[in-house]
Design a protein around this ligand. Structure first.
Ligand SMILES: [Zn+2]
Length: 345
């Protein structure tokens, strides 16, 4: 086993020598009741290899992604690792403590709309610290998410195309290897995820091969969703040569080409007729709306066909509320970098 020269990986006060695991906190600011911190896990492998940054809890009520990252960092052994992992298991600890979806309870800001941050309120400062002190040390990055409260989601991976040919090839490779079925290569300006302000969007523009990885949702902590995250990251690590084994490429991958929402026109109690993962036909009834007297006042019909990627779980709707979001997809097609990996290879 070729042992690399001893190197130290240091993020603020947290440092790990070759062969070590270190855990600790990076202070980025404070509230009146205590510090604002990023929790860090550094796993410094014994052999040379790339540095992979893993982040979860940018939205800290997306529990499956957080649980998967906790599991990964506890299982990976530095003596079986080539390269290193720098992980932030919960980027937004105040959201986590307060069980607040989407936005920070400290300043009402959605960190995944303002990356890479700046000099504004605390979410800007937190994002900036994440980029300048953590992400900047990595060549590869996976930002782990799920549907948030009220969102039931079909797992997918996303990469924002930058125009840098080599980086975009690597981004597509990671997205194809992470996802169980659907991936989205988002051209800039289309609004597809990851879009401007996303951590993965800003990461790719700072020279890191940075993907968005989504599985789970609606405040859930299901084993299958944790497994999707866990398997996806491990698959990427195998591709990068960080752990032993060949990556597996899932069959029948779909490339997302667009998305659209179907919305309620009327208001009242909602009864869903579809689930995430359903193939929906144009004109298909996706839900019924009853008025306050229990009379059906609307059958909500899909405007276009698509694959249900997000179904909102709320049971009461107002005019204009989205009911279901569908991907438009096409077969992923051949891709030299990953086609050599088969299922179970
Ligand atoms: Zn999220």
């Amino acid at each position: 086993m070729p042992v690399k020269e001893t190197t130290t990986i240091e993020v603020g006060p947290v440092s790990a020598e070759t062969g070590e695991v270190a855990r600790g906190f990076l202070n980025v600011g404070e509230t009146a009741t205590g510090p604002v911190q990023l929790p860090l896990v550094i796993v410094n492998g014994v052999e040379p290899g790339p540095t992979l940054c893993l982040t979860a809890g940018v939205h800290a009520t997306e529990y499956a992604s957080i649980a998967a990252l906790m599991k990964l960092t506890n299982e990976v052994q530095p003596n079986q690792l080539r390269g290193s992992i720098i992980a932030v298991p919960i980027v937004n600890l105040h959201m986590f403590a307060a069980r607040t979806p989407f936005t920070s309870p400290l300043d009402g800001v959605n960190l995944n709309k303002i990356a890479p941050g700046g000099e504004g309120s605390i979410s800007e400062i937190l994002a900036r610290a994440l980029f300048e002190q953590v992400l900047s040390k990595a060549q590869y990055h996976i930002d782990m998410h799920a549907g948030d409260f009220g969102e039931m989601l079909l797992a997918f991976a996303g990469y924002s195309l930058t125009g840098n040919h080599e980086r975009d090839l690597q981004g597509e490779t990671l997205a194809r290897l992470w996802t169980p079925q659907v991936f989205c290569l988002a051209p800039a300006g289309t609004g597809l995820p990851p879009s401007p302000g996303f951590v993965a969007y800003a990461g790719a523009r700072k020279g890191v091969v940075s993907i968005l990885a989504e599985a789970g949702g609606n405040g859930g902590l299901d084993d299958a969703d944790i497994r999707t995250h866990y398997d996806g990251v491990r698959n990427v690590m195998r591709y990068l040569g960080m752990i032993d084994g060949n990556p597996q490429l899932r069959p029948n991958l779909l490339s997302a080409t667009g998305w659209h929402n179907t919305r309620a026109k009327r208001a009242g109690l909602l009864r869903l007729k579809v689930s995430v993962g359903d193939k929906i036909a144009a004109g298909q009834g996706v839900a019924e709306v009853c008025d306050v007297f229990g009379r059906v006042v609307e059958t909500v019909r899909a405007a276009k066909p698509g694959l249900a990627m997000l179904v909102w779980s709320h049971k009461a709707v107002n005019t204009g509320d989205p009911i279901v979001r569908c991907w438009s997809t096409k077969p992923a097609g051949p891709f030299a970098e990953t086609d050599r990996f088969g299922p179970g290879a």
